[in-house]
Design a protein around this ligand. Sequence first.
Ligand code: SAH
Ligand code: SF4
Ligand code: F3S
Length: 468
Amino acid sequence: MHLPDFKVARSSTKIDYKKIDYKLNPKYLDKYKGKKCYLKTYGCQMNEHDSENIKGILELLGFDFTDNMDEADLVLLNTCSIRENAHNKAFGLLGRAKHLKQTKKDLIIGLCGCMAQEEIVVNTIISKYPFVNFVIGTHNFYQLPEILEKSESKQQIEVYSREGDLIEDLPADRTSKYKAYVNIIYGCDKFCTYCIVPYTRGRQRSREKEDILKEINSLIEKGYKEVTLLGQNVNAYGKDLYDNYSLAELLEDVANTNIPRIRFMTSHPWDFNDKMIEVIAKYPNIMPSIHLPVQSGSNRILKLMGRRYTKEEYLTLFHKMKEMIPNCAISTDIIVGFPGETEEDFLETISLVKECKYDNAYTFIYSPRVGTPAAKLTSNVTKEEKEKRLYKLNEIVNTYFKENNEKLVGKTVPVLVEGISDKKNEYFGYSDTNKLVNFTGDNVELGSIVNVLITTAKTWSLDGKVGK
Ligand code: SAH
Ligand code: SF4
Ligand code: F3S
């Protein structure tokens, strides 16, 4: 059996990485012409954007794409490790692919993304899923053409220990013609005790500002109206590269390109400073919408989570944003059932939520991840209790989504028109504060920004019509 050279990213020392300009070896161009790929993406925006790059590369190789796994020649799963159910879904789909391979011997099956960086997953694939042709880590998917070629003769497992050379000029097939994701920082150095991301994505690496601005300018030329600057912790941007250039300066430079809309995610409260808030408040093309995960309202749990802020510090930042940025919508992430979370801790979270009245919130039951410090803690919270807490939390956050939306009824909001609904003359898009708006209007142009008068508020969306 071929034994893979398997090295997983685990070091916590300062890393040295190099920048590589992507270039496809011409021998791979159109090599797979006429072949079809079924690409399934799990996880966050970073993975979605990686899949756009993966599509860009596979298109150069000649692949077309299909939503029907049965007609695929290549099944590629871009996976997520954040919670156990993400794992289960990917393994479920691998089961389907195995079944298909029994009747289609030439089918190539590959796994990439965050699960590919987990030793436990890779070992499981080697021992129990030998029909998987290749596993390729998050730092080296740009080597897909070579890996595909090698996997024709034997199983390939390529997980890099080098924590990600930074690849520029990757081809991309973007899902939207109007909105684009732009990576500004890879990896994460925060090591929150429950989180697997620093292990799957490696240390913090910022892209050079010139490369980011070049990409944004070329998106503007192609007609893009909105960019979302991406990173697991965008507020740490530049710390590994520059002395005096942070997210605040980058946002200013991006705002000065005059692209109509700028968003950024995700923000870590610990790295958010006043200058960043001032810049967001100053430029009308930086959208007043911030995702600011809190995770818990209990100082005891925040400490166990390694979040580096107290409830009080979070609230001070939150209120400063609300004061300084007009009409600012703030969303959050919350975990319930962290090991040792008592009813009092949970009530602290509820009291914080009642104070913040978030515009949106993603709520999760804690899921132990192998290799993270929290996975070693014993939990006294029962499954039923966790589910009860999640249910109660959701009930409360949902009322605020609706309340915040109701405040917009009778007001006019700018909406980037993204698509047409099934109903006649009905369109949809997102407001400046990132709310989904369904609206009617005549001769509305896709990709334009129109003023929509809000007529009805729902929990997760707004209805309206074009006009004042
Ligand atoms: N970098 C971002 C997002 C990370 S993942 C941040 O720091 O906020 C998105 C969300 O998944 C996290 O905010 C957290 O709420 C949740 N999450 C991460 N690890 C988890 C785990 N082990 N169990 C449950 N939820 C988790
Ligand atoms: Fe994970 Fe924390 Fe980093 Fe977010 S900041 S990716 S939760 S370690
Ligand atoms: Fe999942 Fe990896 Fe993103 S673990 S949330 S796909 S960084």
